[in-house]
Design a protein around this ligand. Structure first.
Ligand code: TRP
Length: 346
């Protein structure tokens, strides 16, 4: 497997290539809608997607609802999470004309690619996948067939539209490698149909949650984009800090204080150290106040647009309907090519 450093180096080359010829790229990105989108998503992926959109690259954005099945707690609320995510994308400035936003389960031809793709990987290869391993450990249950084949679904998500560029965080790199392997094996066995997509590592820093660990709704340490200012203040107030008056950036020794500094810094476009310096000896209360204001100011415009969009109850469904129609069209074309290559046309 390629190293993270190699992928990072390639990603900076890609940035230039994309700027020079945006129309040669098709981006596929996505989300598992397991909860409300939060600041980690904003800085970790939405900003990058907006940048790609601005550079003129065509994008597909999958809401991978079939991947939520492996997380039993989220499944009952999947519709709510999908709708919330679409509101956040639109409020953040994603343009549905340029970005096809669609739901995994609504595109049968995409899912049909799974069968030939499954034949191209071995059980041992799937078991080695780090996400499969991590999700298995977190679930505390026996490994289901769906979880085992998770990376193959993701390959179908990417290849159905012949996406050749996949902006991902570090965790998803092995999936892109698996997708390349599947594309290569398919092309060798049948016919040259699929590109070997490249990972575009997002350069944004990882956003810490309010307890210093990675921001994640499952840790309960996230600030969702759709929270009200009062809910934001409450979440920040609950952060465990310490009694030391002097504010300093020291993630290992003072995770809570440092997480607040990092959050404020991202929202204010400054460094955590500079904010600590400014706060000096004023203690955790002042830090929490500053962070609350920084987050609420930063998200004010987003939240106003989000509530405005939410007033029209049919709008999100409309966007998804259009996105799904387009994704179906593209998926059918690809599946037709696959059928011809495999000789299964009747
Ligand atoms: N597995 C990804 C995640 O948990 C979501 C996802 C599904 C995805 N399909 C994708 C990401 C295709 C990139 C490309 O974040």
């Amino acid at each position: 497997m390629k190293s993270f450093a190699t992928a990072q180096r390639r990603s900076s080359e890609l940035a230039q290539l994309i700027a020079d010829a945006p129309h040669e790229y098709r981006v596929l990105t996505g989300e598992r809608p397991t909860g409300p989108l939060h600041l980690g998503h904003y800085f970790g992926s939405i900003v990058e997607r907006l940048r790609l959109q601005q550079s003129g690259v065509e994008s597909f954005l999958i809401l991978a609802d079939y991947q939520v099945i492996t997380d039993r707690d989220s499944m009952p609320r999947v519709r709510e999470f999908v709708h919330g995510a679409v509101l956040d994308y639109l409020a953040a400035g994603m343009d549905p004309e340029q970005t096809t936003i669609f739901t995994h389960s609504s595109v049968p031809a995409l899912n049909q690619l799974l069968l030939p793709f499954l034949s191209l990987v071995t059980e041992a290869e799937l078991r080695r996948n780090p996400t499969v391993k991590a999700e298995l450990a977190a679930s505390g249950r026996a490994l289901s067939g769906l979880l085992l084949t998770y990376p193959v679904h993701q390959a179908a998500d990417i290849l159905f539209c012949k996406g050749n560029l996949v902006p991902v965080g570090k965790d998803n790199l092995p999936h892109v490698e698996m997708t390349r392997l599947i594309a290569r094996r398919f092309n060798e066995r049948y016919e040259e149909i699929f590109p070997e997509p490249e990972a575009l590592i997002t350069s944004s820093p990882e956003v810490p949650g309010l307890d210093g660990r990675k921001m994640s709704k499952s840790y309960g340490n996230a600030i969702s984009l759709g929270m009200s200012p009062a809910e934001t203040a409450q979440a920040i107030r609950r952060t465990t800090t310490d009694t030391e008056r002097r504010i300093a950036f020291d993630p290992a020794a003072r995770p809570g204080v440092s997480a607040l500094l990092s959050t404020a810094a991202l929202c204010l476009g400054e460094t955590p150290e500079a904010i600590a310096e400014k706060l000096g000896d004023s203690g955790s209360g002042a830090l929490k106040q500053l962070t609350t204001e920084a987050v609420n100011d930063f998200l004010a415009g987003h939240r106003a647009r989000r509530s405005e969009l939410a007033k029209d109850s049919g709008y999100v469904s409309d966007i998804l309907k259009r996105g799904n129609e387009r994704a179906n069209l593209v998926a059918k074309q690809t599946l037709d090519e696959v059928r011809i290559a495999m000789g299964t046309t009747y």
